[in-house]
Design a protein around this ligand. Structure first.
Ligand SMILES: Nc1ncnc2c1ncn2[C@@H]1O[C@H](COP(=O)(O)OS(=O)(=O)O)[C@@H](OP(=O)(O)O)[C@H]1O
Ligand SMILES: Nc1ncnc2c1ncn2[C@@H]1O[C@H](COP(=O)(O)OP(=O)(O)O)[C@@H](O)[C@H]1O
Length: 182
């Protein structure tokens, strides 16, 4: 049994970037780690799925199930999905059990400046509706295991903070002792 690191935050907060860096670091350390990225899963499994509340909820349930199965089979699973509602993240926590919620916080003006996919520009012109973090709803986590202010930290610092947290929670020791990695 492994655990899930669930990265949540609005579009452009840095979820995908951190997920990839974290997986690389854990793999270098000899751990089995996989990323479940919201955008990636959507484009591979159901590219036509939209962003209504109902569609997002179905997608979040799929991701929860995938993460649960991976973690159950010993893989450290890093989820990078907006998951805009608290109730859905609580559902994931309950289903998965060993769950580390990390909130990537970043002010709107920085997200607009970053805009890696040009979505904020489109949304500001009215071409994208209900962009999470602009006119789309996002319920901030109330008591996540960790908050990272991604406008004030480097990606490397974020990776170190997450590693420190999972070590403090005793999660990394369980994995490394069982698999014999150091
Ligand atoms: N309206 C709207 N709102 C939010 N996101 C949008 C939207 N339209 C497209 N996109 C793109 O879809 C990515 C978010 O997918 P997720 O699966 O993480 O979101 S959710 O949990 O279903 O809300 C999101 O990726 P990130 O920017 O990495 O968060 C966007 O690239
Ligand atoms: N400290 C940081 N943490 C994460 N991303 C950062 C940071 N500083 C700058 N960025 C940049 O911000 C953008 C975040 O995009 P992305 O990772 O796709 O976010 P999200 O998956 O939350 O939409 C990337 O272009 C990334 O290089």
């Amino acid at each position: 049994m492994s655990f899930v690191i669930w990265l949540t935050g609005p579009s452009g907060a840095g979820k995908t970037t951190l997920a990839m860096a974290l997986a690389e670091k854990l793999q270098e350390m000899g751990c089995q780690a996989e990323v479940l990225d919201g955008d990636g899963i959507r484009s591979r499994l159901y590219p036509d799925l939209g962003f209504s509340k109902q569609e997002r909820e179905m997608h979040n349930r799929v991701v929860t199930e995938m993460a649960k199965l991976l973690a159950k089979n010993g893989v450290i699973t890093i989820v990078s999905v907006i998951a805009p509602y608290r109730a859905w993240r609580e559902y994931a926590r309950k289903e998965i059990g060993s769950f580390v919620e990390v909130y990537l916080r970043c002010p709107l003006e920085v997200r607009i400046e970053r805009d890696p996919k040009g979505l904020y520009a489109k949304a500001l012109k009215g071409e994208v509706k209900e962009l999470t973090g602009l006119d789309g709803e996002y319920e901030e986590p109330e008591s996540p295991e960790l908050i990272l202010d991604t406008d004030r930290m480097s990606v490397e610092e974020e990776v170190e903070e997450v590693l420190k947290k999972i070590k403090d929670l005793g999660l990394l020791d369980q994995i490394t002792q069982k698999s014999g990695v150091v």
